[in-house]
Ligand binder design. Structure first.
Ligand SMILES: Nc1ncnc2c1ncn2[C@@H]1O[C@H](COP(=O)(O)OP(=O)(O)OP(=O)(O)O)[C@@H](O)[C@H]1O
Length: 338
């Protein structure tokens, strides 16, 4: 996989080409101070200033950044997250234009590994602080920001310049059993895998031929020869009326999860068992093969999740205060012993 293939799979590259066949979205350039904030481990995500109330911002001359401040007085401890007034109002405007509920992404990735941290355990966002909470907790987002070309074979060539972008997609209730990943080699659709492969869906077994045919038709009519590369991977959603929608485009190579196939067999071509002429379709065929969800490995203990995101979000702040006063007490003890 070459760096150029990764560049071509950025959202802002494929979206204009396939706009009519995918979920409505808006793209905003990500300012450098927001990128710095996302990469800074030391700052919490607590901000009251960006709730979706559509209030005009009076101070939008420049986006100021502040650090968290712990006041000395225990009774008035405050936690201040950085503020980006101009960017915040752009994001709120975009969220409102998309109906108030959005799915956030960067150039390539969504923070799928962080959904456990959100109040609703979902990637649905209504404000910039919802987005920040997910982005700051996600290794996938950090990967986009720090090493997007990690697995490329042309490591000796200079890294292409990337303009980082915040992608806001209209929130859509997608049923996981309707999602499929499609592999294209030399402009031919060679393989389709059920995307949520850890679950068994009876309707996939029953409608195997219709699903294959609908995706093949969608590919022939709208995707084939329209993308910048001849090898790539695209994700689709087949809705309850049987209509197929494009969800995402990914590089053809190890950086993309090959799900029920192996990259070796996909790259070598000929060896895959084929359902229809030239096309292999794999899905989970019984409850027996059901595996734990891969996203479970990204989670942390439930107690901590409850503390940080449970019914009472202030519990985390109380917990941190407690830790701080315990630390101060032990420091004092140490001082008196010396
Ligand atoms: N607009 C949306 N509204 C709600 N859920 C969505 C939306 N877009 C995508 N999803 C859900 O989020 C999942 C991940 O989306 P997407 O493929 O865009 O992320 P990604 O980080 O590029 O994933 P991957 O690394 O597997 O390609 C999808 O499988 C789908 O279930």
């Amino acid at each position: 996989m070459k760096k150029e293939q990764v560049v071509n799979c950025q959202f802002s590259v494929w979206y204009p080409i396939f706009k009519k066949h995918t979920i409505k979205s808006l793209i905003l350039p990500l300012p450098q101070n927001v990128i710095d904030y996302l990469l800074d481990d030391g700052t919490l995500v607590v901000s009251g200033s960006d709730h979706n109330t559509q209030q005009p911002h009076t101070n939008s001359a420049s986006d100021a950044e502040e650090d968290i401040q712990w006041s000395d007085d225990e009774t008035t401890t405050t936690v201040t997250a950085p503020e980006f007034p101009e960017f915040t109002s752009q994001v709120l405007e975009a969220i409102n234009a998309l109906g108030g509920r959005i799915f956030p992404k960067l150039n390539w990735s969504a923070p799928r590994d962080a959904n456990w941290i959100a109040l609703n355990s979902s990637l649905e966002c209504h404000s910039l602080s919802d987005i920040f909470l997910l982005f700051k907790s996600s290794d996938f987002i950090t990967h986009d920001l720090t090493q997007p070309f990690l697995q490329c074979s042309d490591q000796d060539s200079p890294d292409p310049v990337i303009n980082y972008e915040l992608v806001l997609r209209k929130w859509s209730e997608l049923i996981p059993g309707g999602e499929f990943r499609c592999f294209v080699k030399e402009n031919k659709l060679i393989a389709i895998s059920q995307r949520d492969y850890t679950q068994y869906y009876q309707h996939i077994l029953k409608q195997e031929d219709q699903i294959c045919q609908a995706i093949q038709e969608f590919f022939n009519q709208h995707i084939q020869y329209n993308f910048l590369d001849e090898d790539f991977v695209f994700d689709v959603y087949r809705d309850s009326q049987g209509r197929v929608w494009l969800i995402d485009v990914n590089p053809f190579g190890e950086v993309t999860d090959s799900l029920l196939f192996g990259w070796e067999e996909l790259k070598s071509g000929g060896e895959i068992t084929q359902q229809q002429e030239g096309l292999a379709f794999r899905y989970t065929t019984s409850e027996v093969t059901v595996q734990p969800s891969p996203s479970l490995s990204y989670r942390i203990p439930r107690d901590f999740v409850d503390l940080s995101t449970g019914e009472d979000a202030y519990k985390l702040i109380d917990f941190l205060k407690l830790k701080k006063s315990q630390q101060e007490e032990s420091d004092e003890e140490e001082n008196t012993q010396q």
